[in-house]
Write a protein that binds this ligand. Structure first.
Ligand SMILES: Cc1cc2nc3c(=O)[nH]c(=O)nc-3n(C[C@H](O)[C@H](O)[C@H](O)COP(=O)(O)O)c2cc1C
Length: 336
């Protein structure tokens, strides 16, 4: 498992694993030629899960569980602290099953990150008998404010050694969400969450959904490369067939916005988010915040990338005449 997580990072850094198309490009925010505001007075901050973020952005969970992951999480944590944004970590399965690698996750506790998100995978919930204890341990490992349960069945179906039993996940999600005092969210990992899945999740006590939609990192692509590395030609071809599988992130947001608002669920838009303009589009379409993973792995400097995120978000607010983030929700969006 440690090798697998390491290979994921190496493949995302060194190969082209994006979807063929980024769907955020299909949407434009309508330009306001007379914004009548002073850019210096723009407030990009929001409150999310009761925590104040300097902008509506989360570094989406990516890694942990092997030696070098500690450095990656530490670098991300430093930037999350400096810019005052949220941060998730990768699946904590390895840390829960092997104390030796706990530090690769818990390192983020050393930093004052306003919102820390723990992470466990739905497929593991079916294997573990003590799901609530495991979830609690994952939270304590990083002093998390929120626990994310990830759904990744696209990845599991392409991964040569994938876990393909998806029976009983929703019950386990319900059990965890109703037993913990820490808020629980459900997140996809690049294939998106549809309205009907979100409606089924309403039967649980989760407090938010990260749609983790299509348009950015393709886990079918990542697993196609891994299958190639071990000479599994069938799984490699399967990965190529499903490379672009998934519900585009902006469409997930449009579909889920009303449902989430009516039911008091936080809606996070992760998937193909490249900069602050994509974040602004996500908010305008109805999300409360956006998340980005691949963008922070494939850049040459995480610090500079974050500066671009912040500045481009502020520029989008200025050019649409918004002084506060909530005003972005009223901005007109055109579909190309
Ligand atoms: C290298 C890598 C590893 C990831 N590992 C996890 C994980 O362990 N748990 C999880 O919930 N999501 C994981 N993700 C998915 C991301 O959180 C995110 O949903 C997905 O990459 C889509 O966002 P992006 O297009 O900005 O990359 C991973 C993403 C990357 C790039």
């Amino acid at each position: 498992m440690q090798n697998r997580k390491k290979e994921h990072i190496e493949i995302v850094k060194n190969k082209e694993v994006s979807h063929s198309y980024n769907y955020w490009d299909d949407f434009v925010l309508v330009h306001n030629a007379l914004p009548e505001i002073n850019m210096d007075e723009i407030d990009t901050s929001i409150e999310l899960f009761g925590k104040k973020l300097a902008m509506p952005l989360i570094i989406a969970g990516m890694t942990g569980g092997f030696k070098e992951a500690k450095e990656i999480n530490e670098e991300l944590a430093k930037v999350a602290e400096k810019y005052g944004i949220g941060m998730g970590i990768g699946s904590q399965r390895a840390g829960l099953e092997n104390e030796d690698v706990e530090e690769s996750y818990s390192i983020i506790k050393e930093y004052k990150i306003p919102l820390k998100i723990a992470n466990i995978g739905a497929p593991q919930l079916l294997e573990w008998n003590d799901v609530v204890e495991k979830a609690q341990k994952a939270i304590e490992m990083i002093d998390a404010d929120v626990l994310a349960i990830h759904l990744n069945f696209l990845q599991e179906v392409i991964q040569p050694e994938g876990e393909r039993n998806a029976k009983g996940c929703i019950e386990k999600i319900g059990e965890i969400a109703s037993s913990l005092t820490t808020p629980v969210i459900v997140k996809e990992t690049g294939a998106g969450i549809s309205l009907s899945v979100a409606e089924r999740l309403l039967d649980t006590d989760i407090v938010g959904i990260d749609v983790g939609g299509a348009g950015g990192t393709s886990f079918a692509a990542v697993e196609a490369y891994r299958a190639k590395m071990i000479g599994d030609k069938v799984q490699e071809e399967l990965g190529k067939i499903f490379w672009d599988w998934g519900i585009p992130t902006p469409h997930c947001v449009i579909e889920l916005a009303e449902l989430c608002q009516e039911n008091g669920l936080i809606l996070i838009a992760t998937g193909g988010v490249r900069h602050g303009l994509d974040v602004a589009k996500a908010i305008a379409l109805g999300a409360d915040a956006a998340g980005a993973a691949g963008a922070f792995l494939t850049c040459s400097s995480i610090d500079k990338k974050m500066e671009v995120f912040l500045k481009s978000f502020k520029a989008a607010m200025f050019l649409t005449g918004c002084k506060k983030v909530e005003e972005l929700k009223e901005v007109e969006v055109w579909t190309l």
